[in-house]
Structure formats: C-alpha cells, structure tokens
Ligand binder design. Sequence first.
Ligand SMILES: Nc1ncnc2c1ncn2[C@@H]1O[C@H](COP(=O)(O)OP(=O)(O)OP(=O)(O)O)[C@@H](O)[C@H]1O
Ligand SMILES: [Mg+2]
Length: 249
Amino acid sequence: MIVSVAIEKGGTGKSQTAVNLSCALVKFHKLKVLVVDLDPQGTASLGFGISPLSTDTNTIYDVLSGRVDPQDAVYSYNDSDLCIMPSNHELAIYGSNEFTTELDNLLSPMSNIFDFIFIDLPPTLGNFTMTSLCLSDSVLIPVNASSSVCIVALLSQLRTIKTTVEAVNSKLSVLGILACMVNNTRICSEVLSWLEDEYPNLLFETKIRQNIKLAESLGLGEPIFDYAPDSYGALDYKNVAGEIMRRVT
Ligand SMILES: Nc1ncnc2c1ncn2[C@@H]1O[C@H](COP(=O)(O)OP(=O)(O)OP(=O)(O)O)[C@@H](O)[C@H]1O
Ligand SMILES: [Mg+2]
C-alpha cells in the first residue's frame, strides 16, 4: 500500500510520523516498510541518520533522473525491514518538472517488495504532493492540533484529495487524520473536539502528544524506538501503528 503523508501546512509532524510510524509497523507488526523522502528538505532522511548534506549517498533524485536503479537508493535502517530512499536539495528540480512516469516506475517494483510505502511530502501543494497523490492508495494527514490554523489546512487538504479522486486517481482514500503535538492548552482541546465532531471515523483515537524526546530524536537521526523506547512518544506511535493495522486488515 502506497501512503502519502501530506498536509498543506509546515511543521505539523509529517516527517516525524513517516519515520516513527514506519518503525513501529516493522518492529511490532513484522512488516516490510519503505519511507520515500519526496521532500528536498530531507527531514525524513535525517530522521534515519542520513544527512541530506552527504555526497556519497544515492538519493531519489538519482533514481528519478535515471542515474541509478531504484534498489541502489534503498538503504536499510540497522539491517532491518525498515528502509529509506533518501532525498536532498537536488530533488527541488522536480518541483517544476513533470515526473509522474518516473515516480511510477520507481514505486511499482517497490510495492511488490514492501507492505507499506510511506511518501513524506513537503508542506506546499505543488508538484511533489500532486504527483504523489496521483500514485498513492491513501493519504495520512498529520495535523498540528496545538494550532487552530491546522483546521484550514486540513479542509484544504481534503478538498485537494477530493479533486484528485474525481480527476485522476479514483482509488485514493484517506487512511486517517492524526492529531500531533497534542498538549494541555485550551486551543488544543478545542481543535480536538472539533476534529472528533467533524471526522469521527477518520480521526485516529491515538493522539501524538507533544514530547521533547520526539523533537530530539528526529534531529539526532534515531527513530524514537531506539532513542527513547520508554517515552510516551514511542508509546503513541506504537498505538497508532496498531490502529492502522486494524484499519487496513
Ligand atoms: N509530537 C511532537 N512533540 C514534539 N516535537 C515534535 C512532535 N512532532 C514533531 N515535532 C518536532 O516539530 C518539528 C516539525 O516536525 P516535522 O519535521 O515532523 O514536521 P513536518 O510537517 O514534516 O514539517 P515540514 O512541513 O517542514 O516538512 C520537528 O522539529 C519535530 O522534531
Ligand atoms: Mg517534513
């Protein structure tokens, strides 16, 4: 299953979710999972310890431009069934180039190997997000529940998905809405109750609480299950992985 991790808003927990949810699905459900970093920022790559500044790593840009075969840009994390196809700033060229066929050629063989492919996307509604939505089975939408602006971004994202379904990809569905950065503020409880009222079936029961260990782990290049396995960040991502398994099986 190919899942776009998308919302048209920056800093909502997309990369954090791509990294740690994938890790939880491999660790607790024995799946094979690939994270495709389709963001020139390379944050998901960084989350697995692969610097976007590295010059000796094959990236998704090398694959899309035909310089290397897809399997040569797939890196296993700690020799596990969790793999990452990294990205760096070079990918930015595809922000304006049409690359649907190239991305399809990359994803098709991978979807025979991996149970899940999570595509980590940039915050803008541009070529990367649209191309990814055209080729995905579903969308996972992480919202920053501690910001009321997330409601506009969510509504906009759902509208984009509806247009994509009607125009180009009728199989696309919403895997779920994941409330991230949840804290004890009044705005957060208002956002959560709005989400519960409006999207009771799409909203995951598990909420990803604000947790400094999560913020530390992403920058240090270690998924939360290695960096702080007893943190509540780890517990939250373990629980959301369980919910995803119940939704897809
Ligand atoms: N639950 C959380 N608790 C604390 N910090 C978090 C949490 N989730 C994410 N962060 C931190 O917030 C920042 C933004 O998270 P992340 O990079 O995952 O967002 P994003 O949606 O991918 O951003 P962008 O739109 O720029 O790609 C990062 O520094 C990350 O470590
Ligand atoms: Mg990101």
